[in-house]
Design a protein around this ligand. Structure first.
Ligand code: GDP
Length: 413
């Protein structure tokens, strides 16, 4: 892992992660440009935030912390950003991870959520400002697409700190609660803890992120989405270390005297489902929801608060006025996408046909070569046979066999 001139870490993956599946979620042109995703992690120090990010993207974005973090209990919360460009099967992903060291670590944590909310909204403000500026084509999007909130594995219920944070942040960001270090709880404890967390979430009317089910989703997609939703809050285990199981498999996991907890085993924890949602199936959906719902809501509220009604907002930033225009642009985009996909498909078919033709020709040439070699061998053998026969014939002419000998050889009966 090395930081480039721009401070962005260039890093290699150790194994398949899943974001190479992104082209299936997005338009082909974006593949060339690359993808980007911004994720925020919130929770007290030592809950395994950096380990989980490393585990999710199977890379070392965060070096392992050798010594426990000592937090100045009176210090204020810090917001740190780490960027990495990772690549899988030719697909590039610019990953921004926003860490919030210090959250919940102070003597008074009452307002821990405030700087985080400010950071989320400041990113919306920056986007809004760019949208309103003359150079709209070059918008830098630093909005946060998902926020992983780490709940301490107490096994009890949500603490005031958790409730306050989730309540304040949920209207602004895709909030994904996770039970940290779930290997420290038994299966029964996890199940009961999950239920209590969900009860608290409902009681406090907290709108956490739930993957949506669309009317035109096929049966498999609906089942897959429901399966993911059933795991919320995800009870996770993080580890980028390889361990050997009793049956000799090498897996990512945590070794204990009583056995091994496998990170990538769905029977052991919900890491696989969380990764599936975040990276393999819903990354684009999280981005869409951020942009079309969370940001739009914030923008409208902000503009209204600053005294500008929807009518007063210029057309290009007024969603109501430009709805029809957006629909037309959207339809054009869809048509273009479909066309591009057709072209790609045709191109792929042509490539495949050309390859098949080439291997057919190669096969034919090889077959011909072999046939000729065999023909040649046959002709040589025929020639040898002829020569042998004529030798035998001339030998028999030179030494006529006695009736006794010929009888022994069995020529005569
Ligand atoms: P952070 O401060 O929240 O970023 O926490 P770290 O990722 O640095 O992890 C703190 C410690 O917890 C390290 O010693 C990790 O090895 C350990 N840790 C991380 N994830 C897990 C987990 O899922 N289970 C257990 N038991 N320990 C973990």
């Amino acid at each position: 892992m090395a930081a480039g001139a721009n401070g962005i870490i260039q890093t290699k993956l150790n194994a398949f992660v899943g974001f190479s599946n992104l082209p299936n979620q997005h338009h082909r042109r974006s593949v060339k440009k690359g993808f980007h995703f911004t994720i925020m992690v919130v929770g007290e120090s030592g809950l395994g935030k950096s380990t989980l990010i490393n585990t999710l993207f199977n890379t070392t974005l965060y070096p392992e912390k050798k010594v426990p973090i000592t937090t100045d209990l009176n210090k204020s919360l810090d917001i740190q950003e780490i960027s990495a460009e990772i690549e899988e099967s030719g697909v590039k992903l610019r990953l921004n991870v926003i860490d919030t060291p210090g959250f919940g670590d102070f003597i008074n944590n009452e307002d821990s959520w405030k700087p985080i909310l400010r950071s989320v909204e400041a990113r919306y403000d920056a986007y809004l400002e760019q949208e309103q500026s003359q150079h709209r084509a070059k918008i830098t999007d630093n909005r946060i697409h998902a926020c992983l909130y780490f709940i301490a594995p107490t096994g009890h219920s949500l603490r005031q700190l958790d409730i306050e944070f989730m309540r304040r942040l949920a209207p602004r960001v895709n909030l994904i609660p996770v039970i940290a270090k779930s290997d420290t709880l038994t299966d029964e404890e996890v199940a009961a803890f999950k239920q209590r967390i969900l009860d608290d979430i409902i009681f406090n009317k907290i709108e956490i992120y739930r993957p949506p089910v669309y009317e035109d989703d096929d049966e498999d997609t609906v089942a897959e989405t429901n399966e993911i939703t059933s795991k919320i809050p995800f009870a996770v285990v993080g580890s980028n270390k390889d361990v050997t199981t009793s049956d000799g498999r090498t897996v990512r996991g945590r070794a204990y005297p009583w056995g091994i907890i496998e990170v990538d085993n769905e029977d052991h924890n919900d890491f696989v489902k969380l990764r599936q949602m975040l990276i393999r199936t819903h990354m684009e959906e999280l981005k869409r929801f951020t942009s079309e719902v969370l940001y739009e809501t914030y923008r409208t509220q902000r503009l209204e608060a600053s005294g500008r009604t929807q009518e007063a907002i210029p057309k290009e930033i007024n969603p109501a006025a430009s709805l029809e225009e957006q629909r037309i642009v959207h339809e054009q985009k869809l048509a273009k996408m479909e066309n591009d996909m057709k072209l790609v498909f045709q191109q792929k078919v042509q490539e495949k046909e050309a390859k098949l033709k080439q291997s057919e020709e190669e096969l034919y040439a090889r077959h011909k070569e072999m046939r000729e070699a065999l023909e040649k061998q046959r002709a040589e053998l025929e020639d040898k046979k002829r020569k042998l026969e004529s030798l035998v014939h001339s030998a028999s002419l030179m030494k006529p066999a006695t009736p006794e000998k010929t009888r022994k050889k069995g020529i005569f009966k």
